[in-house]
Design a protein around this ligand. Structure first.
Ligand code: PMP
Length: 363
């Protein structure tokens, strides 16, 4: 293959040259507790019905470009009027990209607490936006209100992202502070409710009185990560603008049918979510009981903890050798030194993880 010598340096934008592609670990045959997925497969009876529904798809045709039926179904589920501005993405990652494309460019900036979801920074980088971060408090990962409000005044951010609950810290920021942020923000505020199912709290009902609020969610954590579907509710005037940057067929035909089908059977997924919430508490209690760990509470489907004696990387590798994959957060942010994040799995998977962890810690 001929080498494109010189042309890459000349043609690829410097912002992109300075980046590294997002790396996703290959789980192989490991117990996969690294990516906040729902660990439960669909019940066989549901799979049979789903295959029938998907069998009616016409893959030779493009999907409904506006995903009308799915949007209607989602509005019903969310209790928002059908004329509300709902935008769908290939995962909420794509919605973050869409916001960057519509609002980004020279002189525009994104503000977020840190550590938070990595895509906010990455996408700001390739949509020409400066990224500003206000560090969370190291003890409990709470948001320093004075510092955040000062950062808003200083940077006048076009976009503010608040993950609620936050990834990777698992906590929700103070509601009175979020109200203050919504009051003073000069631009758009996105409440990223990816983990809504695991805490119940939401800003969806504030859309009616907050013109620059957008509430973003995903079906990934409720048991549909493979479908790739994110959605964002906002004022219809905002939706008109954002739709200009959305590719016409971004939600494919199988996803549209499968997501509508899943919403018609949402009780199954709600039950799985309830199990995950219950098991989160069991796992949290067990981790708190393990010597040498600092464990934070979580309102999401994962738990973040620190290996107090250091060596998170060694523990992470040791767990992999024992057949368990979790996420090593060490090195991803100064506040996450020696931190690891485990997704809540099935009770059996959580047990396997705990056994392996105690074994690895005992050396
Ligand atoms: N927001 C947050 C806070 C997340 O943690 C994630 C996934 N890790 C996403 C958005 C992206 O979700 P999706 O699978 O819909 O792209």
């Amino acid at each position: 293959m001929a080498e494109p010598s010189g042309t890459i340096e000349r043609l690829v934008r410097p912002a992109i040259r300075g980046m590294r592609a997002y790396h996703v670990a290959d789980p192989g045959r490991l117990i996969k507790l690294d990516a906040m997925e729902n660990p439960y497969p669909w019940p066989p009876s549901l799979v049979t019905e789903w295959l029938k529904a998907v069998g009616a798809a016409q893959p030779n045709r493009y999907p409904d470009a506006s995903a009308g039926a799915l949007k209607k179904r989602l509005c019903r589920e969310l209790g928002v009027p059908e004329q509300a501005g709902l935008i769908l993405g290939n995962g909420s990652d794509e919605l973050i990209q869409l916001l960057g494309m519509a609002l980004g460019g020279e002189g525009r900036s994104v503000l977020s607490p840190g550590p938070s979801f990595a895509m906010y920074r990455i996408i700001a980088g390739f949509t020409g936006m400066a990224y500003h971060e206000v560090p969370l408090r190291g003890v409990d990962f709470s948001l320093d209100g004075d510092a955040f409000l000062a950062a808003i005044a200083e940077h006048q951010p076009t976009l503010i992202y608040l993950a609620y609950p936050n990834n990777p810290t698992g906590n929700r920021f103070d509601a009175a502070l979020i109200d203050q942020i919504l009051d003073v923000a000069p631009g758009v505020v996105v409440l990223d409710e990816a983990y809504h199912a695991f805490c119940g709290a939401s800003y969806m009902d504030q859309l009616i009185r907050r013109p620059n609020l957008m509430v973003m969610r995903t079906v990934s954590k409720m048991g549909l990560a493979g479908l790739r579907l994110g959605y964002m509710a906002t004022h219809p005037d905002w939706a008109v603008e954002l739709e200009k940057c959305r590719l016409p067929y971004n939600v494919n035909v199988l996803t549209q049918i499968s997501a509508s089908f899943a919403l018609d059977h949402v009780a199954v997924f709600n039950e799985q979510t309830a199990c995950i919430r219950r098991d989160r508490e069991v796992l949290h209690k067990a981790l708190v009981g393990v010597k040498g760990l600092q464990v934070w509470p979580s309102e999401a489907n994962f738990i973040t903890f620190r290996v107090s004696g250091g060596g998170a990387g060694v523990i992470h590798r040791g767990l992999m050798e024992q057949g368990v994959l979790i996420k090593n957060l060490d090195g991803s942010h100064p506040l996450l030194k020696d931190c690891l994040r485990v997704t809540v799995g099935t009770p059996q998977e959580n047990e396997r993880f705990l056994e392996a962890l105690e074994g690895v810690l005992a050396g």
